[in-house]
Write a protein that binds this ligand. Sequence first.
Ligand SMILES: Cc1cc2nc3c(=O)[nH]c(=O)nc-3n(C[C@H](O)[C@H](O)[C@H](O)COP(=O)(O)OP(=O)(O)OC[C@H]3O[C@@H](n4cnc5c(N)ncnc54)[C@H](O)[C@@H]3O)c2cc1C
Length: 461
Amino acid sequence: MIASKPNSLASALRAAVQDDPVLVGEQVSPYLTDATEAQALSGTAEAVVLPSSTEAVAAAMTWCYEHGVPIVPRGGGTGYAGGCVPDGGVVLATDRLRAIRSFEPLLWRAELEAGIITRDLQRLARENGLYYPVDPGAAEQSQLGGNIATNAGGPHAFKYGVTGAWVMGLEAVIPPGEPIRVGGPIRKDVAGYDLRSLLVGSEGTLGVITSAHFRLIPAVERRLPVVAFYEELSAGCRAVTAAMASGIVPAAIEYLDAPVLQACGASFPERLPDRTELVVIAEADGSAAEAELGQAQLQEAMAPGALELHVPRSDRETAALWRWREGVGIAVDGLKGGKMSEDIAVPLDRLQEAIEGTVEIGTRHGVEAGSWGHAGDGNLHSTFMFDRCDPDQLGRAHAAAEDLFELATELGGTISGEHGIGVVKAGQLRRQWEQPAIELHRRTRELFDPAGLMNPGKKEP
Ligand SMILES: Cc1cc2nc3c(=O)[nH]c(=O)nc-3n(C[C@H](O)[C@H](O)[C@H](O)COP(=O)(O)OP(=O)(O)OC[C@H]3O[C@@H](n4cnc5c(N)ncnc54)[C@H](O)[C@@H]3O)c2cc1C
C-alpha cells in the first residue's frame, strides 16, 4: 500500500511530528488488534505514530495525506467492531494525548484530551463531587476519543444517555491535516450545522478527535438496585416495561438470559434461584431518600411473576452487583474461549423476540448462543460462542451474526446500538437505510476525506 520502506517512512514521519515516537517492525504488534481478536481479526501497519499534541496530529495527517498513506485512528483498542484494526497504512494512536486542558467543577465542565482513559474522567468527576455517568464496560482501557468516535453507551445510558449527550464541543483534525473546533464550553449552540454530532460516532472516518469539552452533573448520593429472577422469559420482559412504569426513571435496566447465566451465574453475589430463565436488574438513584423510595417502587413493579427478588441495601452490595455485571463479557469468553458479541438494538416491544431469536439463530448454525445487555434501551449483546482454535465454528458464528443483523432489521431495529460498524459490519448499513440516505452518508464522508484515506474499509466503505 505504501511505496516507501517502513524505516524511511518512519524517519520522514518522525521528522514531520517533531520527534514524537513513530514505531515500526515488531513494535507495531500491540496496535494491530482490538477486542475482536478472538475472531482472529488482526491487521498490518507500516508504522504507528504517537503524537503528543494537536499540532503533531495535524503534521502526521498532513504527511500521510501528501503521501497517499491511509490513517487509522486508535484509542484504547477495546472496540468490538475492528474499527481501529489497520489494513496497512499508519496507525495514529492517541495514547500520548493525555492533558486535562481545563477542569472547572463549579461550572460542571472539563476539557480533556482524547487519550485520557474513560475511568480517569469518571474518577476526576467523582473526587470533586460530580458525576460523568457514561460507563462503557471497558472503562479501564478505553479512551475518551474512542468513546466519542463510537458514541459509546453502557448500562446507565438508559437514564443519562450515551457519550454524545455529554460532549459540548470537540477539537478534531480533519483531512488534509486541519485542526477544527466545533462547540466549546457552552451548553447550547445552534449556530451552524451540527458538525459536533457528525464527528461523534464517526469511527475515525472523518477525522481524528484530539480533545473534547465534557458536561458533568452533581454526583448522585445513592444507588439502589433491584435484581429480579424469572422462570418465564415473557414475565421478565414484562418486568422491563413495568420498571419503566414504576413512577421513577430507573438509572439502568439490564438483563441476562439463561445461557449467559451458565457462564457467570456461579459468581453472582447471592445464590441464584433454580430455573431462572431471565434476570432483570433495575436501579434507582438520586438523593438517599429518592433512591430508597425508587427502589421500593421498582421492587413492587418487578415482583409480579418473579421467582425471587434480590434487594441490595448497602453501597457495598450495590458495588458487588455492578462488579459482577462488568465481568459478564469475560465470563462468557471463558465458556468456549471465543465469542462473537454483537450489539443489535430493537424497539423495546420486540425485546423478547430478539432474545429468543438469538438463541434460535445459534441453534440453527450449531453454535452456543445467548444474550445480555441494556434491556431498557432494547440493546442486546447477542453472542455466539466458539472454540477459537476451530475455524469451522468461527465460520458458523459469522453466519449466525449475519442472520442476527437480518433479525434486527426485521424487528425494526439497528445492527449496532453501541459498538459501531467498523470492519466487522462494514457495508451492512444498507440493511436498514434506503439508498438516498446511504448516498448522503457516502457523500458526507467524501466531503471530509476526498482522498479516502481516513480509516478506509470501515463503516460504510
Ligand atoms: C469488555 C468490554 C466491554 C464493553 N462494553 C461496552 C459498553 O458497555 N458500551 C459500549 O458502547 N461499548 C462497549 N465496549 C466497546 C468499546 O469499549 C467501546 O466501543 C469504546 O468506546 C472504544 O474505545 P477505544 O478507546 O478502545 O477505541 P478503539 O477501539 O481504539 O477505536 C474504536 C473506533 O474509534 C476510532 N477512534 C478511536 N480514537 C479516535 C479518535 N481520537 N479520533 C477519531 N477516531 C477514533 C477508531 O478508528 C475505531 O474506529 C466494550 C468492550 C469491551 C472489550
